[in-house]
Design a protein around this ligand. Structure first.
Ligand SMILES: [Zn+2]
Length: 305
């Protein structure tokens, strides 16, 4: 499982965000749908595997999360809208960056505490519907839902600073048909290049396998991550995640699989050079490895490419 519930705050935590914590309480998490313990795995920043939660014991009665794997399987070939509206944690309705607070250790540096944002952000209602389409505190679960549920991209999505209001319209793929100018901020994404990211104390520069072809050579879109203000763990996490994604991408190509490694981000296009994007916040960039599916145009949630 990619997320679990914090036993104390009851907030949903992304496994990858455990990598930002100074201390991880391995007994501090439970299934998102019942009280069964969820054990964090590969959560150390240096782990070159994606973090996740493992459930060892049987789920509680009526646990909705138990059916998640079935929904994920169904979601690739058809709409699972009803399930997404009632199950916890699969399809966030909005991005809500929260600069708070609580949990655990008040001695933690501020940036780590931010990732522990807590509790129910829904104060307007407590119905199953609200629970199902919760707010996310980073783009990661939103981007995962984009990839996992191609037939449900008509669902609403609110992202501060991004004008379009559905999954279908809020995301924009960067392609290899020349550099495009984007008037509006979007959740941009593109296939990750196989080359290593280039690092300095001020920036991390990540190349995409997309951009403009000239003389049989691809001039790539590049994402410049401004990470001066980031904590060492946040920097380390991104670097390792990129390495994991790069390897996943190369292995998938070798094995002739349809899945690819994608970089997702919200950033500003450079005013002078349209090949460049600038990203400031570590919650607004992530990688995912999956198959990118665009349903046939006749289906619900037709492609926005
Ligand atoms: Zn459960």
């Amino acid at each position: 499982m990619d997320n679990a519930r914090d036993c104390v705050t009851k907030g949903i935590i992304e496994a990858e965000d455990l990598k930002l914590l100074a201390v991880v309480d391995t007994y501090g998490y439970q299934c998102t749908g019942c009280d069964t313990q969820a054990f964090p795995r590969s959560y150390r920043p240096e782990n070159l595997l994606r973090a996740h939660f493992q459930i060892r014991d049987p789920h509680g009665p009526n646990c909705k999360a138990e059916g998640e794997s079935k929904i994920l399987a169904q979601g690739k070939s058809g709409s699972v809208q009803q399930e997404l509206e009632t199950y916890p944690g699969l399809s966030p309705a909005r991005l809500q960056l929260i600069d708070t607070r609580t949990i655990v250790d008040p001695a933690l540096p501020r940036i780590e505490k931010q990732t522990q944002s807590v509790g129910r952000q829904d104060t307007t209602g407590n119905t199953a519907r609200r629970e199902g389409r919760r707010a996310a505190n980073s783009i990661r679960p939103i981007c995962r839902a984009f990839l996992c549920f191609p037939y449900d991209r008509h669902l609403s999505l609110e992202v501060p600073g991004v004008a379009p209001t559905t999954y279908q319209t809020a995301f924009k793929k960067l392609r290899s048909k020349g550099f495009e100018l984007f008037a509006q901020a979007r959740v941009f994404y593109g296939e990750l290049a196989w080359s290593h990211a280039v690092e300095s104390s001020e920036h991390l520069t990540i190349s995409l396998n997309a951009g403009e072809w000239a003389d049989k050579k691809l001039s790539p879109y590049q994402v410049i991550v401004h990470w001066q203000e980031w904590s060492a763990v946040a920097r380390g996490r991104l670097k390792n995640e990129l390495e994991v994604a790069r390897k996943e991408g190369m292995e998938a190509r070798k094995a002739k699989q349809a899945s690819r490694s994608y970089l997702f981000f919200i950033g500003n296009q450079d005013a002078q050079n349209s090949a460049l994007f600038h990203v400031m916040d570590h919650r607004l960039i992530c990688t995912l490895h999956d198959e990118l599916v665009f349903p046939p145009k006749t289906a619900v949630g037709s492609p926005s490419q």
